[in-house]
Design a protein around this ligand. Structure first.
Ligand SMILES: Cc1cc2nc3c(=O)[nH]c(=O)nc-3n(C[C@H](O)[C@H](O)[C@H](O)COP(=O)(O)O)c2cc1C
Length: 211
């Protein structure tokens, strides 16, 4: 099996079987793939909130474009990015990194000073546009890991961010929701897209080559 085979296997599931759960072991592997995503300056400026609780999923469904997916999937992964950069957040990451590497704190001080001089002079929404972009790499890796495990999933931006942010009290955590990943076991009788051909723009159109 190869990554390409895994990616060809997966599709964005439209309906899940509410009676079936994904194992904690597989959920852990999917999250681990996201945790190992590269991020700009290694800041990992986001968290993943894992919602398995049915009551919470029902509340989140009120703001979802695919409410059935939200209610009936096994787990919802919420990718939520820092609402802004702060000196404390940047220092916390770099202090942890230097500690883990047995380096003196401040070893990367000139670099973090540079980051702060850029980010802290920008509006919070510009910061968030940057932190939110980082989450998509993690989402992509999580989708690929799920596919490798033959676990069904759906990436989703179709939801009301204010509902998700309120239900999960994200602003209190300095976070804002960016995207979701529904994870579960597809219901083939209702997952209408599963029998359709996977369509992608042909390679000749997708690639611009300069040889
Ligand atoms: C960032 C992102 C957001 C998406 N949002 C939704 C969504 O809200 N609802 C949905 O049914 N599919 C959503 N999709 C799935 C895409 O429609 C789907 O990936 C695309 O049509 C290609 O189909 P495939 O993933 O089955 O190969 C989203 C995909 C991505 C990458």
């Amino acid at each position: 099996m190869s990554l390409i085979t895994d990616l060809q296997w997966r599709h964005a599931v439209k309906a899940y079987d509410p009676t079936k759960k994904v194992s904690q072991e597989n959920i852990d592997k999917i999250i681990e793939a996201a945790r190992f995503a590269p991020t700009s300056s290694g800041l990992q400026p986001f968290k993943i909130l894992v919602v398995e609780n049915q009551e919470l999923k029902d509340k989140l469904a009120e703001g979802a474009l695919n409410p059935d997916c939200m209610r009936e999937c096994s787990h919802v992964l919420v990718f939520a990015a820092w609402d802004r950069y702060t000196a404390e957040r940047i220092d916390k990451v770099y202090d942890f990194t230097t500690d883990e590497r047995n380096l003196p704190r401040g070893r990367f001080g000139s670099y973090t000073d540079k980051l702060k001089s850029i980010y802290l002079n920008e509006a919070a929404e510009n910061n968030f546009a940057h932190t939110a972009r980082q989450t998509y790499i993690a989402l992509g890796l999580a989708l690929a890991q799920a596919a490798e495990l033959r676990v069904d999933s759906t990436p989703a931006e179709g939801f009301d961010n204010s509902v998700v942010d309120n239900v999960l009290q994200l602003s209190e955590q300095g976070l804002k929701s960016v995207s979701l990943m529904y994870v579960g076991v597809a219901d083939p009788s209702r997952d209408w897209i599963s029998t359709m051909k996977k369509v992608r723009v042909p390679k000749e159109e997708f690639v611009v080559e300069y040889k």
